[in-house]
Design a protein around this ligand. Structure first.
Ligand code: NAD
Ligand code: ZN
Length: 341
């Protein structure tokens, strides 16, 4: 089969032939139809420090996918050949206290497809049946291929009650933009999204109704006054990984505000902890998706009118994957989807 492989410990990915994976008794084989390119894949392409210390070489990359089940392991009884599906790319263990308590997303033994294990940028993917998420007919393959990052957005957005709340999202990348759409969908009052990249803020406005703020030339204090908020934002979602953005968020929150942090800062961040204490803020770190509660919630919201389709800005046949990665690396795109035919 064709597969996009991190074949050498240097910049790039290479289209290679690889054997179709053999499945075990509890696995399924999925014929991949569409895949999404993630920021993580760009780190792997660039072969930065994180990638070099995390990713074994050679490895088939990719973890955002939709496809169709073509083979069932001997012990898989609850799925069918021909079922369209996406799936959770975090492969959990069953030994930790958290996992045994059913909090699968908190399992420290988790391994990621396309990062630690063979991934989804291939014609076929082996996946434990446990990880499969069937797709309803109303969700097309290309949306199925971005449920992984939509899940990050939904997990973050549903961390705190948003109904009637004023929400600040820092970082208008694909995940920040989808989180804004979710906040709107579930009934937040004002949704403000910040970035320093005008292309990203334009895209945010195309996907959902919100107040975009370019923090390079606008002050959040003025926006708080303009929208008639007396004290600031009730809920924050940090989705840039940028330390200045986190600092602005802490500054913009009300007393007792709640912050969910998905963005990954590049190193240790200097944070003014005294401000966090005196404002009595709650900060929650968010990792991945809740397995499988987030999947249920996001599919239900998509069936009930949540529309994030415009966050997909580029589509390429997989043989043009270099163009797809170039546009991702330009910072001008939303989600980029590769078509495996
Ligand atoms: P992205 O890099 O596409 O978007 C981040 C955006 O933040 C960019 O548009 C950038 O211009 C903007 N930004 C930079 N400096 C800023 C500032 N000072 N103020 C406001 N915005 C600023 O990333 P993404 O794919 O949308 O993911 C969002 C974040 O979530 C990333 O940090 C990513 O690493 C992280 N992430 C975490 C998890 C997890 O499980 N915790 C999972 C996926 C992604
Ligand atoms: Zn991803």
């Amino acid at each position: 089969m064709k597969a996009l492989v991190k074949a050498r410990p240097e910049m790039g990915l290479w289209m290679e032939r690889a054997p179709v994976p053999e499945i075990g008794p509890d696995d399924v084989l999925i014929r991949i139809r569409k895949t999404g390119i993630c920021g993580t894949d760009v780190h792997i392409w660039n072969w930065d420090d994180w990638a070099a210390k995390t990713v074994p070489v050679p490895l088939i990359t990719g973890h955002e996918f939709a496809g169709e089940i073509v083979e069932l392991g001997r012990d898989v009884t609850d799925l069918k050949v021909g079922q369209r599906c996406s799936g959770e790319g975090h492969l959990i263990g069953h030994h930790s206290r958290q996992s045994r308590a059913g909090k699968f997303h908190l399992d420290p033994e988790t391994r990621g497809i396309g990062v630690n294990e063979q991934g989804a940028f291939a014609e076929y993917l082996r996946l434990p049946a446990f990880n499969v998420v069937p797709l309803p007919d109303s969700i097309p393959d290309e949306i199925g291929a971005i449920l992984d990052p939509l899940g990050n957005a939904v997990h973050t957005a549903l961390s705190f009650d948003l109904i009637g709340e004023d929400v600040l999202i820092t970082g208008a990348g694909p995940i920040g933009i989808m989180a804004a759409a979710v906040a709107r969908h579930v009934g937040a009052r004002h949704v403000v999204i910040t970035d320093i990249n005008p292309d990203r803020l334009n895209l945010a406005q195309k996907v959902t109704d919100l107040r975009p703020v370019n923090v390079a030339d606008e002050d959040l204090k003025d926006v708080i006054a303009e929208l008639g908020m007396r004290e600031g934002f009730d809920v924050g979602m940090e989705m840039s990984g940028n330390q200045i953005a986190l600092d602005q968020m802490v500054e913009g929150m009300v007393m007792g505000g709640r912050i969910a942090m998905l963005g990954i800062p590049p190193g240790k961040s200097p944070v003014d902890w005294s401000r966090i204490v005196f404002k009595a803020l709650t900060i929650k770190g968010v990792y991945g998706r809740e397995i499988f509660e987030t999947w249920y919630k996001m599919i239900a919201m998509l069936q009930n009118g949540l529309d994030i389709s415009r966050v997909i800005t580029h589509r390429y046949p997989v043989d043009d994957f270099v163009d797809g990665f170039d546009v991702m690396r330009s910072g001008k795109s939303g989600k980029v989807v590769l078509d495996w035919g």
